[in-house]
Design a protein around this ligand. Structure first.
Ligand SMILES: [Zn+2]
Length: 97
């Protein structure tokens, strides 16, 4: 009894890791991992952890009746999503917390 051995060649393709620089509060030059073009990111403000913490803090000190939602109107309290202007995909995000 001889076992037939099969050799399977596994060809590993080098993973193309996106060039992800440190994202900050300003647009960055980078290569988009989605459309492979060199772009300057556009910024979109999204509610994040800090937004909710500020919301609960304002609620805690007694600002009810919608005032606790003020952080959702302030860009300074939101996370910043870096978007590709070509394909509109999100490339990275700057978290305030
Ligand atoms: Zn893109």
């Amino acid at each position: 009894m001889s076992r037939k051995q099969e050799t399977i060649a596994i060809i590993k393709q080098p993973e193309t890791k996106p060039v992800v620089p440190g994202f900050h509060e300003w647009p960055v030059h980078t290569d988009c991992p989605h459309c492979d073009s060199s772009i300057l990111t556009t910024l979109e403000y999204r509610p994040g952890t800090l937004t909710w913490i500020m919301c609960f803090f304002l609620m805690f000190i007694g600002l009810f009746l919608g005032c606790c939602f003020i952080p959702f109107c302030l860009d300074g309290c939101k996370d910043i999503a870096h978007m590709c202007p070509n394909c509109k995909n999100e490339i990275g995000r700057y978290y305030r917390i």
